[in-house]
Design a binder for this molecule. Structure first.
Ligand code: ADP
Ligand code: MG
Length: 447
């Protein structure tokens, strides 16, 4: 597990969210120190920065870390000089600070108890549960597929956590496909004595349960597929449980050897689809409770309605609301607070709900240029997209009219108001326009 790689990705991510100056002063000097349980410990030399980072940036850092890692769920900043004492600072816990490479990769929060069951995932849930009850005996392999951020990693790690809770000595190996590929490639760097190849085989064939996450990445990697095929057969013949996840059905994984495809499908293949509104609301409520945060039903529903494709994003939005409320001392009891908190919302997939994104979507929908939309042209082909952009900005963001005017080439706030009201009225009379606008909205939210 490459903690430095994760941290580098996190830094990349943060440069986009934090001003260059803040980044230089507060973030750049942080160094990843170690992982403890599922907490990433960062260290800094500057005593004065711990407080500011905790207050201003910790939530953003956490969000970025979670976006880049499935198993880290918290971040702690300590002073560099405390590094040596770190274990003793946490005397209450028996466990030593594990070296980075050896850290167990299960997220302790990914359990069956914390998994909300709905129509979209119930079959996967019950399949996972029955595998957890009797690993290797039925449903082998278990193949879970579905879109990004819908709970695949959560549900398979729940199997791992469950088995470990019954038998702490069970030998369970959770690994991402990327790790599997890297380790396989390393095993080829043999010094001629067959040692590294032997170690690779030993590691993978010596487990009770093997979980490989995001197996779609094996597509097109012939030698890795072969190694996986042999590993699979060995485990399967010995009644060891094998579990895969993928973002698509095995049949849709491109350039996959036929014999591996048939192995993937010889057990139980289940999918997780997009959760319905009710499930999303339940998830939000559960996550809020887990974070000891009080959220009103209206707010939970609002968030769940806004973010409907990806539970990871839904959680990210909730974290933002919590952070915003803690900074401003407000309560999450009305939609305005949420709108403010998510004003410049950057979804974890890197897409931004902001003025730029809205205007870009309108431009590509109508096939007009941004320069024209912002500029002075008065022909209908431009005026309509311009007014629709203004309408959508008003509708989707909380931005003062004057600021919108500034963006549109220094137009007066009354011009902005006029455009907004014109479209609001036009929608009432023209259902085609309403459809158009809804399509663009969907484009913006999905993008
Ligand atoms: P995937 O592996 O499919 O991309 P994850 O398992 O990483 O998705 O899930 C993303 C986030 O959403 C995790 O924090 C997970 O706990 C949460 N999540 C997904 N589905 C559920 C669910 N049904 N109940 C509770 N949390 C969920
Ligand atoms: Mg995953």
């Amino acid at each position: 597990m490459e903690i430095t790689n994760i941290w580098n990705d996190v830094l990349d991510n943060l440069t986009k969210k934090i001003s260059a100056v803040s980044y230089e002063v507060w973030i750049k000097n942080l160094e990843p120190f170690c992982l403890k349980d599922n907490t990433l410990i960062l260290s800094t030399k500057l005593e004065s920065s711990v407080k500011t980072i905790n207050k201003m940036y910790l939530d953003l850092i956490k969000e970025a870390v979670k976006a880049n890692s499935d198993f880290i769920d918290d971040v702690l900043v300590i002073l560099e000089r405390d590094k040596d004492n770190f274990s003793s600072l946490y005397k209450t816990e028996k466990k030593e600070v594990a070296p980075l490479e050896e850290t167990l990769l299960f997220n302790k929060n990914y359990t069956f108890d914390t998994f909300v069951i709905g129509r979209s995932n119930q079959i996967a849930y019950y399949a996972a549960k029955s595998v957890a009850e009797a690993p290797g005996n039925q449903h082998n392999p278990l193949f879970v597929y579905g879109g990004v951020g819908l709970g695949k990693t959560h549900i398979i790690q729940a199997i791992g956590n469950y088995i470990l809770s019954k038998n702490s000595k069970a030998n369970i190996l959770y690994i991402t496909t990327e790790q599997f590929i890297n380790e396989f490639l390393d095993s080829l760097q043999d010094k001629g004595d067959g040692e590294s190849n032997r170690r690779f085989r030993l590691k993978y064939r010596n487990v009770d349960v093997l979980m490989i996450d995001d197996i779609q990445f094996i597509s097109n990697k012939k030698a890795c597929q072969e190694a996986l095929f042999h590993t699979f057969n060995d485990l399967y013949q010995n009644n060891k449980q094998i579990i895969f996840t993928s973002d698509k059905h095995p049949r849709e994984i491109k350039e996959l050897e036929e014999r591996l495809l048939s192995r993937f499908q010889c057990g139980l293949t289940v999918d997780i689809s997009q959760p319905d509104l009710e499930t999303r609301i339940a998830i939000i409520k559960n996550k809020a409770i887990a974070k000891k945060f009080v959220i009103s039903p209206i707010v939970a529903e609002f968030l769940a309605e806004k973010i409907d494709k990806n539970i990871r994003e839904l959680e990210g939005a909730l974290s933002k609301v919590i952070f915003y409320c803690s900074l401003t001392g407000q309560q999450a009891d009305n939609i305005d607070v949420v709108k403010d908190a998510l004003k410049d919302d950057i979804s974890e997939s890197g897409n931004t709900l902001n003025i730029e994104n809205i205007v870009n979507c309108v431009c590509s929908y109508f096939g007009v240029s941004k320069v024209d939309i912002i500029g002075k042209k008065k022909n209908k082909g431009i005026v309509e997209p311009r007014q629709i952009s203004i309408y959508l900005i008003n509708d989707m963001l909380t931005m003062p009219l004057a600021a919108i005017g500034d963006y549109f080439g220094g137009r007066d706030h009354t011009t902005i108001m006029y455009a907004r009201d014109k479209i609001t009225e036009a929608i009432l009379l023209d259902s085609n326009l309403e459809t158009k606008i809804n399509d663009i909205k969907n484009m913006i939210l999905k993008k």
